[in-house]
Design a protein around this ligand. Structure first.
Ligand SMILES: Cc1cc2nc3c(=O)[nH]c(=O)nc-3n(C[C@H](O)[C@H](O)[C@H](O)COP(=O)(O)OP(=O)(O)OC[C@H]3O[C@@H](n4cnc5c(N)ncnc54)[C@H](O)[C@@H]3O)c2cc1C
Ligand code: SF4
Length: 558
């Protein structure tokens, strides 16, 4: 029997959206399977809700706070209710798994920082011996970075840095007056460090292609976490899925939980995906000629581990026993803050949805005392707006009047460090616990290693020293210990790429070594983390893999 679809993509987030766009644009009838509910671009956002329309001054009532941690009234619609999708961890090794189960996934929720990896990152494993060698180098992915940046719209400033390659940028957002001053002082005190405006997936000069998709320039409102009706920041809903729809080759099914990939041992091919309808709990099978797993690093590993057969008793394409292993996140929780005396007569217009970035310098332009790899810092300088009044006691005209004057200047610096791969940091299926649909729960056992902790300690010292050198007062580090893994929301590595089928799951095209028509293009594929925010790399990987999959299908090799 002929398969129903040419391609099946599981997951509609950052990587699934890209896979769908590129596959459909190459003429392939593509099904996107999404476990979460449908979200309508624009209509289901809250960016036009006025402050007085949001109950409780936009805060979550105390009795609901544990159900929607870190949410507000305006962002609750993108949050899963705690407890609905359980997973387990060892008692002494917490892992924060922050998900977005809805059409568009976390592409609707991200902070949009977009940085390329460099050859320093792609060569690191080979050079220092941690993990396996990446099967690609920067030149393999550079054209795909160009491709995704041009379409997504990335604003940023070219800096000519070896460790942070420049891209196809739309006009950069501006540093404010204190950030300009900080940059001057920092670069005098530390000549090999650089402060640049963040590179972010916001349109600042819309192209014809972006306008045709109904996207426009960013309005500097900073309501992005509510969804953006202008389509100014990149998401699956504003950009890739609409482009895929235009081809008329796209079918999307929501409320469909990918359960497992179906495997035919006679042809050694994946033949489809088994799903569970999240509303009715009924099972269904969709068939396709090629399968892309884009359910996020832990989600894709879960589906693969769940795809057991005689040929693959521990999960599809798992002859290496590497599926689920080498789980990584960025080391986070480091940084510092402080205040600044001066510039009291200066302010900035709008609410720029972006900060500044200090790219990695450790083990690039400056040695590190006792660790390999490095970290970069995101940060920002700002004055407190009237909204600080929400947390203050007060009432009446005097109170309101006081809030008309912004408070003094402050700064924050937040480090993101590279975490080393370790096969013992692992996702498995829980032997007994299941979720409400009867699927084995994910068990996550992951902890930071010695190198990760040393790097975090130095990042704190550096953050404090940089702020003091730049003239900030009341400077203090963020905390003694880094956050638990998962906190950076950059989980990756569970289905890694590599040259050798014995030690890795995917080849240089994100294609399973064991099953040639199975591709995994989300963060699971990452062989190392680098320290840059990773989503731009997932986008480029997804587009590149879709291109190759279409070529292989055409050539009849898969
Ligand atoms: C608050 C926040 C800020 C962030 N900031 C940044 C940033 O500035 N820069 C950056 O690079 N990254 C950032 N990230 C991380 C970024 O969102 C992720 O790296 C990215 O979304 C991962 O893409 P993905 O396609 O792997 O997963 P997702 O975007 O999470 O998409 C996965 C999709 O698969 C679906 N799914 C899962 N399991 C199944 C299943 N079994 N069956 C069917 N569907 C399934 C999910 O519902 C989801 O829609 C941030 C994330 C958050 C939450
Ligand atoms: S700041 Fe820009 S991207 Fe964010 S909600 Fe406003 S217009 Fe959209």
């Amino acid at each position: 029997m002929e398969p129903e679809f040419d391609a099946i993509v599981v997951g509609s987030g950052m990587s699934g959206g890209w896979a769908a766009k590129e596959l459909t644009e190459r003429g392939l009838k593509t099904l996107v399977i999404e476990r979460g509910r449908h979200i309508e671009h624009g209509a289901d956002y809250t960016d036009f809700d006025a402050p007085w329309e949001l109950p409780y001054l936009n805060r979550i009532p105390e009795d609901e706070q544990s159900l929607y941690p870190f949410a507000s009234q305006a962002t609750k619609h993108f949050r899963m209710k705690a407890g609905d999708h359980p997973y387990s961890v060892p008692e002494d090794r917490p892992f924060r798994w922050f998900r977005g189960y809805h059409l568009g996934g976390r592409s609707l929720m991200w902070a949009r920082q977009s940085y390329r990896m460099s050859d320093i990152d792609f060569e690191a494993n080979k050079k220092d011996g941690y993990g396996v060698d990446w099967p690609i180098r920067y030149q393999d992915i550079a054209p795909w970075y160009d491709h995704v940046e041009r379409f997504a719209g990335i604003s940023g400033q070219a800096e000519g840095l070896e460790q942070l390659p420049d891209g196809v940028f739309q006009p950069a957002m501006e540093l404010n007056c204190l950030e300009e001053e900080m940059k001057k002082r920092l670069e005098v005190a530390y000549p090999t460090r650089k402060l640049t405006i963040g590179r972010c997936a916001h349109i600042t000069e819309a192209t014809e292609e972006q306008l045709d998709l109904g996207r426009g320039n960013c309005q500097y409102r900073s309501y992005c976490s509510r969804g953006c009706s202008f389509g100014s920041y990149f998401s699956s809903l504003s950009a890739t899925l609409p482009a895929a729809r235009l081809t008329e080759n796209l079918t999307i099914v929501t409320d469909a939980i990918g359960h497992s990939v179906i495997y035919d041992p006679e042809t050694n091919r994946a033949t489809g995906v088994r799903i569970i309808d999240s509303n009715t709990k009924e099972g269904r099978i969709y068939t396709g000629r090629v399968v892309f797993l884009c359910a996020s690093a832990i989600g894709s590993a879960q589906i693969m581990l769940n795809s057991m057969s005689d040929a693959f008793p521990t999960g599809i394409a798992n002859s290496s026993d590497m599926v689920g292993r080498n789980l990584m996140d960025h080391v986070s929780g480091m940084g510092a803050g402080g205040s600044f005396d001066g510039f009291e007569d200066m302010y900035y217009s709008g609410r720029r949805p972006n900060g500044f970035y200090i790219p990695r310098y450790r083990n690039v332009t400056e040695d590190a005392p006792d660790f390999v790899r490095g970290y970069g810092f995101q940060g920002g300088c700002q004055r407190g707006s009237w909204e600080r009044g929400r947390g203050m006691a007060g009432i009446g005209a005097d109170f309101k009047h006081a809030l008309r004057t912004p408070s003094g200047w402050s700064v924050w610096l937040s480090g993101f460090g590279e975490m080393l791969p370790n096969p013992d940091n692992r996702v498995t299926l829980h032997p007994t616990k299941t979720d409400q649909w009867g699927m084995a729960q994910v068990h996550i056992d992951c902890t930071l290693g010695e190198n990760d902790k040393k790097l975090a300690r130095q990042a704190n010292l550096d953050a404090v020293a940089m702020l003091e050198a730049a003239g900030f007062k009341n400077v203090s580090a963020r905390g003694e210990e880094p956050f638990a893994p998962g906190s950076a929301i950059h989980e990756m590595g569970t289905v890694r790429m590599g040259h050798d089928p014995k030690t890795s799951v995917l080849n240089k095209y994100n294609q399973a070594h064991d099953v040639p028509n199975l591709f995994v293009t989300d963060g699971a594929c990452m062989t190392s983390t680098a320290c840059q925010n990773p989503s731009l790399t997932y986008m480029a990987m997804s587009a590149r893999a879709a291109h190759h999959a279409a070529e292989f299908l055409k050539a009849g090799t898969i």
